[in-house]
Design a protein around this ligand. Structure first.
Ligand code: 5GP
Length: 193
């Protein structure tokens, strides 16, 4: 998505070897016009699926996910993160290793908001090693719901998340695919699209 890639080039900051900071439009300050355009783009990419629910993880997934929900006119549910979790009967839960914070988070979703009739589109801000998405997939499985696809705002193709999801035959659509960081600059997989 050209608009997003231009914004990454303009405002993204490369931190260390493999982290991109985008707090100017996605992870802290949020650009609603860009989010709305991304919502429309995900709707176009998954228009053939009968989506009944959008699933994401707090907090950075919420902004893009809400605009996808708006485009599909379906509810958006975000998994909540807890440091420790006493198992509760009324929640689905999973453990997720946080790539950026280097800690294990427990994520959970109330059974009230996900059930076996749901056809789910997972949305997240970044795909790195795939841990966050895998956590959501295990919750979807526990609920007996159907996964329709995964929509990612920014994919780092040099980390192993994409491969994990491809191996499972999941439709993954990313709006910007980063091939590498070179000298502090972002290199996209398809520079010209
Ligand atoms: P994964 O679970 O795929 O390893 O990492 C995905 C999660 O880690 C995303 O939800 C995102 O919050 C965070 N993350 C991973 N890589 C980056 C990055 O380069 N920049 C930012 N801002 N967050 C990242």
């Amino acid at each position: 998505m050209r608009l997003l890639k231009e914004r990454i080039k303009k405002d993204g900051q490369v931190l260390g070897q493999d982290v991109l900071k985008v707090d100017n439009f996605l992870n802290h300050q949020v650009d609603p016009d860009l989010m709305a355009a991304m919502g429309e783009e995900f709707q176009r990419l998954f228009k053939d699926k009968k989506i009944t629910k959008i699933l994401t993880v707090e907090s950075s997934g919420i902004a893009p996910a809400v605009f996808v929900g708006l485009a599909f006119h379906v509810p958006v549910v975000f998994a909540r993160k807890h440091k420790s979790l006493t198992l509760q009967d009324n929640m689905y839960s999973a453990t997720v290793y946080s790539y950026t914070k280097k800690v294990n988070n427990h994520i959970s979703i109330s059974k009230k908001f996900l059930n076996a009739d749901d056809r789910v589109l997972v949305i997240d801000d970044f795909l790195a090693n795939g841990q966050a998405v895998e956590g959501l997939l295990s919750i979807i499985e526990e609920a007996g719901a159907q996964l329709e696809g995964v929509g990612i705002v920014i994919e780092k193709t040099f980390q192993k998340g994409r491969e994990l999801l491809d191996q499972r035959g999941i439709q993954v659509e990313s709006l910007a695919r980063i091939a590498a960081f070179e000298d502090g600059q972002v290199v996209f997989l398809d520079e010209n699209k």
